[in-house]
Write a protein that binds this ligand. Structure first.
Ligand SMILES: [Mg+2]
Length: 230
């Protein structure tokens, strides 16, 4: 049966070593004329880019329209691009990811998409920098809705349109590293493979009852078996 595999990005495929969060703070300093130290720690894990931006507008007590949020995110994207191409950039793809994507690509039953809180352009910048963007056909992105729970149906429809396939929801697997990924999968009836390579331990993720949970993708044959055979 064809499987639709929808991957999260940060903490699942890559660790940008704080560059995404730092670029958000660069944009906040520029956009609002504040110092990054004036903001409390932001809740970034699993959040969509627009939701993070809206939180900042609220923290600095500024009214905002949708256009204001996306103007802020345009600044963020400039800083993201700069930081990911800085000479001292130390981000990396997480263990097993490159090999896993290469192997999945050879399976005609596996269709790879994205389900991420990143705006589309941010996802492209991050995955291009890490050399893995070409594996993904399309997906659902933070620019589609600020609430991650709304993104599953968007990703499913885009992937059906792009592949010409009709996926049974039982064959859709969301792959991510946070409680928000598990909830987002449940919101449209998909399975969730949780991976403990982000901020959350497997114990914390397992407590939320994902379909399956693994420590990492380091054991590529076992992950392929899980994604395509179970
Ligand atoms: Mg993540």
């Amino acid at each position: 049966m064809p499987r639709l595999l929808l991957f999260d990005i940060d903490g699942t495929l890559i660790d940008s070593h704080g560059s995404g969060g730092a670029a958000i703070l660069d944009a906040a300093e520029e956009h609002f004329g504040i110092q990054r130290e004036q903001l409390p720690p932001l809740q970034l894990a699993g959040a969509t880019d627009p939701a993070i931006a809206m939180d900042i507008f609220e923290l600095v007590k500024r009214q905002h329209t949708r256009d204001d949020v996306f103007a802020f995110l345009d600044r963020y994207l400039i800083h993201l691009q700069r930081r990911l191409h800085a000479f001292d950039f130390s981000g990396f793809t997480l263990p097993g990811v490159v090999e896993l994507l290469e192997v999945l690509r050879t399976h005609t039953d596996a269709h790879l998409g994205l389900l991420t809180g990143n705006v589309r352009r941010g996802a492209e910048i991050k995955l291009t920098r890490h050399g893995v963007l070409h594996h993904f056909i399309d997906g659902g992105f933070g620019c589609d809705h600020h609430d991650r729970d709304q993104l599953g149906p968007v990703a499913l429809k885009r992937m059906q349109d792009a592949t010409g396939m009709s996926f049974d929801i039982a064959d859709v697997i969301v792959i991510g590293d946070t409680p928000k990924d598990i909830r987002c999968a449940a919101a449209f009836g998909a399975k969730c493979l949780a991976v403990a390579t982000g901020q959350y331990s497997s114990a914390e993720l397992n407590a939320l009852k994902p379909w399956r949970c693994v420590e990492s993708f380091a054991d590529v044959p076992a992950i392929v078996e899980l994604l395509l055979r179970e």
